[in-house]
Design a protein around this ligand. Sequence first.
Ligand SMILES: [Mn+2]
Length: 417
Amino acid sequence: MNARYESAKKIYASFGVDTDVAISKLKNVPLSVHCWQGDDVIGFDHDGPLTGGIQTTGNYPGKARTPEELMNDMDKALSLCPGKKKINVHACYAIFEKGGFVDRDKLEPKHFAPWVEFAKKHGMGIDFNPTFFSHPMVKDGLTLSSPDEKVRKFWIEHGKACIRISQYFAEETGIPCVMNIWTGDGFKDIPADRLTPRMRYKASIEEILSEPFDTNKVKPCVESKVFGIGVESFTAGSAEFSLTFAATHEGCLPLMDNGHYHPTEVVSDKIPALLCFFPEIALHITRGVRWDSDHVLLFDDETKEMAKEIVRNDALDRVYMALDYFDASINRIAAWTVGIRSWQKALLAALCTPNAKLKSLQDAAQFTELMAMQEEVKTLPFGDVWKQYCEECGVASDLSWLDEIKQYEADVLSKRG
Ligand SMILES: [Mn+2]
């Protein structure tokens, strides 16, 4: 047994924390890993630009161009990270056989069979997302809230197809599929009518959810957003809209993306607010710098605080956790790896926090002691527990994972045109 871990374990035990229990708990918490970090949110079903108010920046060489490349790159990242994973796929990552292209309203489970094969190989579940952007049927920046019935119907049919595909994923993998509805629908400048687009948006999502599905297998979510690039003045799926929609539609979960709020709002505080009312909620975990910039997730204060709110409220099985960021300015496999490892660190740190003790200080209004102890906990030997966890999971416990990525870059990525 590692002497440093043994020492750390004793120190944590003196605070009432069992690090062995923390490590074994974390091994069973699934984290959904987004496929779109690997190719800058492009996908395989179109040639056009990324639209919908989101943007990738950077031009680091070696991005994945095919399903094979994307899956190989994901494989590499997953192999360097501890813990249980799921994969998160967008509908624009449909894989067509030669001559077999269909538009998004006609997608079928068979177009995602290679993803099922990939997931099964790793014993993972799959989460899914209809893709309401980067497509010619996005008319005047609108999809589900469009006044053009043809446009609105097209996207409703897309949503329904995605419900059927989500059910297929759940049945194939035996793991529920979280299906997230997000659109960039909105207006650049001050609208003359904010209600009617939202009424159409509401009706459209209701029509999508009228597609039959097993609520134990498919977990539909609605994701809110404050604004996007080019749609600064109005977003149909605002926080109030999405949250109220989920609250009033049985089986529909609210999804909070921590990049989708005003910069001084924190999702850590919103998690327990929603847990008061919803049996299950979903998260997109990202790092916004000044705006929804989707920087790579780090082991920073707000990330740690979000993990704490999940762990100390005993909600690890009530919160579906998914990464959602994309950085094209650095090695994309490293971007995945740093983000996955950061969330794993945040959860492990939360599991190694003397939560019961801290809560009792709060309840007794011993705020001096609470502050002092919260500060003391910050310098406990967490690194030794993290190393132990990585070793038990069979992945690098130090920076040697980066050497592996550098080697992969030299052998594989640098040869891509
Ligand atoms: Mn998101």
